[in-house]
Design a protein around this ligand. Structure first.
Ligand code: PMP
Length: 287
């Protein structure tokens, strides 16, 4: 069954899908993106993801490539044509194709839109959550607008590669004060000895994760308290639990930070209960 991608108005074979060499996404990373989880045939939290896409576009003064009403239909169609029941759908919008020049292209230049989808194995995710993941820490070296979900991800690429080379699955960025900002592709959380969730406020220095937002709803439902405040690497290493959140990992337990075990080195029960309750609480759009 060949994979299908949506590229600027056309559904094409994934293997042949391409954009112009002077697309500003390719030349300047002048674009934004979203990743939605697909679970049990539903696109998870799609309105929240498309709301954040709208914000990213407007912060960068990139026009919508299609109307806001049409994009959900394209996402659904790409998921459907690829027969994805569990997996993800990826949306990328760039400022379009223009002769290479730093300043914005002429008004009316059409933004580029690419949508792809791919399958994932839910059993592998369950297994990973049972084992937990390891993280390393790296110095924060990104610009101060990481609240925009830009395709400019070079620091994230390097951090996650470093994690992989250290046999870890995620890298946590740490600011100049020793405080954790977020992961290379996830938000960072700990659980205190009192069972309180702690995660960094989203005003500055992190991406406001959609999974993070929905986990606030999950925590409220489970009666788990959340404190939005910064936490240090030292506090995380001594925490009862630690975990990451993202659309593709949901709440994923951390069992080691920089080689030191978190608590007894096993996934924590609060993290697993949040993970368990997530799908019921999240908004589900039929694909
Ligand atoms: N922070 C960064 C840097 C990310 O790349 C991601 C994943 N897109 C997240 C946080 C988590 O965001 P979400 O829950 O919306 O996937």
């Amino acid at each position: 069954m060949p994979r299908i991608a949506y590229v600027n108005g056309r559904y094409v074979a994934h293997a042949d899908a391409s954009v112009h060499i002077e697309d500003r996404g390719y030349q300047f990373a002048d674009g934004v993106y979203e990743v939605c989880e697909v679970a049990r045939g539903f696109i998870v939290d799609m309105p929240r993801h498309l709301g954040r896409l709208n914000r990213s576009l407007s912060e960068l003064s990139i026009d919508w490539p299609v109307t806001q009403a049409v994009l959900p239909l394209i996402l659904r169609e790409v998921v459907r044509r690829n027969h994805v029941v569990n997996g993800l759908v990826y949306v990328q919008v760039t400022r379009g194709v223009a002769s290479r020049d730093f300043v914005f292209p002429a008004p009316g230049t059409r933004p580029s839109l690419v949508v792809t989808a791919r399958k994932a194995d839910p059993a592998a995710a369950i297994k990973r959550a049972e084992t937990g993941i390891k993280v390393i820490t790296v110095p924060e070296n990104r610009w101060d607008r990481v609240d925009i979900k830009s395709t400019g991800l070079l620091p994230n690429v390097l951090a996650k590669q470093k994690a992989k080379e250290a046999d870890a699955q995620e890298a946590w960025f740490v600011d100049g004060d020793g405080m954790v900002t977020e992961g290379g592709s996830s938000n960072a959380w700990i659980v205190t000895g009192d069972g309180v969730l702690v995660t960094r406020p989203a005003e500055h220095g992190i991406l406001r994760g959609i999974t993070r937002t929905t986990l606030f709803d999950v925590a409220a439902k489970l009666g788990v308290k959340i404190e939005e405040r910064k936490f240090s690497v030292t506090e995380a290493k001594a925490a009862r639990e630690a975990f990451i959140s993202s659309a593709t990992t949901i709440a994923m337990p951390i069992v080691a930070i920089d080689g030191a075990p978190v608590a007894n080195g096993h996934p924590g029960s609060v993290t697993l209960s949040l993970r368990q309750a997530f799908f019921d609480v999240a908004e589900k759009s039929p694909a």
